[in-house]
Design a binder for this molecule. Structure first.
Ligand SMILES: Cc1ncc(COP(=O)(O)O)c(C=O)c1O
Length: 405
């Protein structure tokens, strides 16, 4: 990760196809584009790869989530249950459609704890959104079970996990819809882009219109399109889709390179009995962009982070507990409801309540967690060197800080 590490002639070829026609927009211009439809081609490629009926490309993962909520009919006053460990886009999209993010604890899968989800259900709950963080999956079976019992929508945020699987099925295909990001740091990147996948024709028709000002796309003349509902501009460009097309075709190559390095690094870290690992419900479905590991206490974890920093070896090792983007502890703007425009009263009340809500089970997990990002181009030698540096730092810390009995 990320896919740009392996940009090559394939990406250049696809982009040049578009530049030769000069048609950078995904809709219209049927004559001059001379049969070049990169967005449509990428949508078909994603459907084929993931085994789903429909893919709608959009301009980002954030746009994908927003369009998904809109198309699923989630809006003012509806509650969406989401994890406290994710990216800020998760709550931004919920708020932008007028709905209320209900944040709940994660477990050692680093995503939704099903029991915490159960406790958070109210008559206003409309949707559960697991976030398949850091390349691996939520335990979907219990979450699907809860959705069935309570007649709720399951939206999979697979923005960080394109190509991941759970019990033989691709992430994003098991809920009502799934979303992906192709931003610059993702396994498959096109600089900025995203996608929503679904098996529902009705949902797809809504996504198709919503992401292009509500156009119904029924004829060849955009000016004559009808607008059955209000939409916005979340379109992807042909240039971005062209890069994405080349990248998606290289996915299997990316996965096998990362798997090898991740397994090697994990084996090196496993030599320390005090290190444990994230629970991955289906290890074979991990896309191996990270290895996430735990130390026994927050004190030891902080000391290891400090030691790695001192050695100049911290880069690529993420201590999410202190990270401004990914964990609720640092989301003061959310807890203060710091919105530039007026939120609804229920939204404001729910956000301000987050300021005094405790997430002790998540704190206990996240304060001991470090995720090491796996480079696509790491050689065996480089992986060994990185692993040994981490192991040396851990050993040094464990020699001076004792684990409480
Ligand atoms: C879990 C998650 N959801 C949504 C997004 C938003 O994707 P984008 O950056 O393409 O808007 C990201 C981006 O990092 C993410 O990690």
């Amino acid at each position: 990760m990320p896919g740009y590490e392996l940009f090559g002639p394939e990406e250049r070829k696809e982009v040049n196809d578009v530049l030769e026609t000069g048609i950078l927009m995904r809709y219209g211009f049927d004559g001059p584009r001379k049969g070049i439809w990169k967005s449509k081609e990428l949508e078909a490629e994603i459907c084929k790869k993931l085994g789903c009926n429909h893919t709608q490309l959009v301009s980002s993962g954030t746009a994908a989530l927003t369009a998904a909520y809109a198309a699923l009919g989630i809006g003012a006053g509806d509650e969406v249950i989401m994890p406290v460990f994710t990216f800020v886009a998760s709550f931004e999209c919920i708020l932008s459609v007028g709905a209320i993010p209900v944040l709940v604890d994660v477990d050692e899968t680093l995503t939704l704890d099903p029991e915490a989800v159960r406790r958070a259900i109210t008559p206003r709950t409309k949707c559960i959104m697991p976030v398949h963080m850091c390349g691996a999956m939520a335990d979907l079976d219990p979450l699907l079970q809860i959705c069935t019992e309570h007649n709720l929508i399951l939206l999979e945020d697979a923005c960080q996990s394109f190509g991941g699987r759970y019990k033989g099925k691709y992430l994003g295909t098991m809920g009502h819809a799934g979303t992906f990001s192709f931003d610059f740091v993702k396994i498959v990147t096109c600089a900025e882009g995203g996608a929503i996948i679904t098996n529902s024709q009705d949902l797809y028709t809504k996504l198709d219109g919503f992401s292009d000002h509500g156009h119904d796309h029924k004829g060849a003349d955009r000016g004559a399109d009808l607008h059955p509902f209000i939409g916005y501009n979340f379109r992807i460009s042909e240039l971005h889709a062209a890069v994405g097309l080349a990248q998606v075709r290289k996915l299997e190559q990316f996965l096998s390179m990362q798997r090898k390095s991740q397994q090697q690094l994990k084996a090196i870290l496993s030599t320390i009995p005090e290190v444990s690992f994230r629970h991955v419900p289906d290890p074979g479905g991990d896309i191996c962009t990270f290895v996430s590991w735990f130390l026994p206490t927050e004190e030891i974890t902080r000391a290891v982070v400090a030691e790695l920093k001192q050695q100049g070896a911290l880069a690529g090792n993420f201590y999410w507990y202190d990270n401004n983007w990914h964990y609720i502890r640092k989301w003061d703007h959310l807890k203060e409801a710091a919105s530039l425009y007026k939120l609804t009263d229920p939204q404001r009340t729910a956000l301000l309540a987050l300021g005094t809500t405790r997430f002790d089970p998540s704190d206990k997990i996240m304060s001991r967690c470090i995720s090491t990002a796996i480079g696509l181009l790491w050689t065996e030698e480089q992986t060994r060197e990185k692993g040994e540096k981490i192991v040396a730092a851990i050993r040094k810390v464990l020699s001076r800080i004792k684990i409480p009995a």
